[in-house]
Ligand binder design. Structure first.
Ligand SMILES: [Zn+2]
Length: 487
């Protein structure tokens, strides 16, 4: 028996006899206050816990974050990659961060520049059609879609519910047609708190449907909108370049197409005139509040600055940028000094390909070993429940004192995720950086997501303040605990 095996056996025996001893005692009372472990006490001394309480209280009484969302949505407006508004937003956030005394860098990012054009669709042939009548279909082009001829194209529609169904039809039945993917966004899952599961199931068709249809010779592709709005609103979003026009129809019109297609042949005239302009230069805004003891160690707090063009990008994701900015504002206002560097990042181009986070990875990969943690807020601004985490067991065991500070606002969940909990921090997470996403009540998020209704009125100020509290408390805790969070 080698030594390692001997040690292992001893540990197993000891722990099993310990378990037996405990089984004979009354179980630990649910009513006894949680005791901090020695490691928790070492990492979060009373002064730090009291600073975290002050940050939380200040956040719950601070309008800074809301003012940022209001400016970004109402004064700047929609901020699609490559747009003048995206540039203005970069300058605005950089100026705000400089005014707070942070060290600001603009990281150059090559971004696509796609602009929406006309978008109309009409059913021109269908079962039971009244002579001279047609049916309007409400839709919106997917990001990166190519254009139809200016006068539109007309083709028969093939309805499928899955990639399997499409492939079973084969080229013979697809070439020359408009393929319509009618995959449901499952509202029952969303109502039960599984909105991201519902999104994940349906969004595959937005991402890859047009490409799959194009490969079989389709002249255009439509998807059912990925989201739950009941007001005939289409949801745009990223789709892999397919070389054919691609659009999302409203849930109501998706049902209409499906019903009529079940009765017989249907023919659609589709007009989409978006343009792909030359690539532009965009920027990630990187603003450092330097650490007092370990400035080389970095905790990222972030959201993405670009948005889709239909609404003004309030919940997606001016809110995320705003709570990251507010983290710095609170720390400065309270004259606190994090041990490690708190780095506010306003990411560019999350929506249309992720060029911002890819560029950051290229430029900073060699420093990821000293990136102690990364937080992103990109799932709205509703009441926070806690965090999605992709961290080690040892790291998770240290967090309860921090979550305890957030108990009064209910943001105590630490929900392990097998995926990176934020698109822009995914490369860091894959490289081993402990990663956090602010976890909100997401039941209504996909009603507005990527629609014209993602506007400032969807932000509930009190809930935004809770999100700012969650990000600022966690960000400051990770930047000021005694040891870097274990990996
Ligand atoms: Zn987003």
């Amino acid at each position: 028996m080698n030594e390692a095996r001997a040690v292992l056996l001893t540990v197993l025996l000891c722990s099993s006899s310990l378990a037996q001893t405990q089984a004979n005692k009354p179980s630990r009372s649910f009513f006894s206050p949680p005791q901090m472990t020695q490691a928790q006490k070492d990492n979060f001394p009373p002064e730090l816990l009291s600073d975290l309480e002050r940050i939380k209280s200040a956040a719950l009484d601070d309008e800074y974050g809301y003012r940022q969302v209001a400016h970004l949505t109402e004064n700047v407006g929609p901020r699609p990659s490559g747009s003048p508004q995206a540039k203005a937003a970069v300058e605005y956030v950089a100026a705000e961060m400089r005014q707070l005394g942070l060290d600001v860098q603009l990281e150059e990012v090559k971004v696509p520049h796609w602009v929406r054009g006309a978008e109309t669709a009409v059913l021109v042939e269908y079962s039971g059609q009244v002579e001279g009548a047609s049916q309007k279909i409400v839709l919106t082009a997917l990001g990166g879609s190519t254009a139809t001829p200016a006068q539109g194209l007309s083709a028969d529609v093939v309805v499928v519910k899955s990639f399997e169904e499409l492939n079973a039809l084969g080229r013979d039945k697809v070439a020359g047609k408009i393929v319509f993917f009618n995959e449901l966004y499952d509202k029952r899952k969303a109502a039960a708190g599984l909105s991201f599961v519902a999104y994940g199931e349906a969004v595959r068709y937005r991402g890859l449907g047009p490409k799959a249809a194009a490969e079989l010779g389709a002249v255009a592709a439509l998807i059912r909108s990925v989201g739950s709005a009941d007001y005939r609103l289409p949801h745009t979003g990223f789709s892999f370049p397919a070389g054919i026009p691609a659009a999302a129809v409203t849930a109501e019109d998706a049902d209409l197409i499906a019903h009529l297609a079940a009765e017989g042949k249907i023919r659609l005239r589709l007009t989409l005139t978006p343009q792909k302009l030359p690539d532009e230069v965009g920027y990630n805004v990187i603003a450092d509040l330097k650490g007092s003891e370990h400035p080389e160690q970095v905790v990222v707090v972030s959201g993405h600055l670009d948005s889709w063009d239909l609404g003004t990008g309030a919940i997606d994701d001016a809110a995320g940028v705003a709570v990251a900015m507010e983290t710095a504002e609170l720390v400065q206002k309270l004259h606190l000094h994090p041990k490690r560097t708190l780095r506010v990042i306003a990411w560019m181009d999350e929506e249309s390909g992720g060029a911002g986070s890819q560029t950051y990875t290229k430029d900073h990969q060699s420093e990821f070993g000293r990136h102690v943690a990364a937080i992103e807020c990109d799932t709205g601004a509703a009441h926070p429940l806690g965090f999605e985490t992709r961290i080690s067991k040892g790291a998770a065991e240290l967090l309860p004192p921090v979550l305890n500070v957030l108990d009064s606002i209910g943001a105590t969940a630490a929900q392990p995720s097998s995926y990176p909990p934020g698109a822009d921090i995914s490369a860091m997470s894959e490289a081993g950086v402990p990663a956090f996403g602010v976890l909100q009540d997401g039941r209504t998020y996909f009603e507005y997501h990527h629609t014209a209704a993602d506007t400032l009125d969807k932000i509930v100020p009190a809930e935004l303040r809770e999100n700012a509290a969650a990000m600022a408390v966690m960000g400051y805790a990770l930047a000021s605990m005694k040891n870097p969070l274990p990996r």
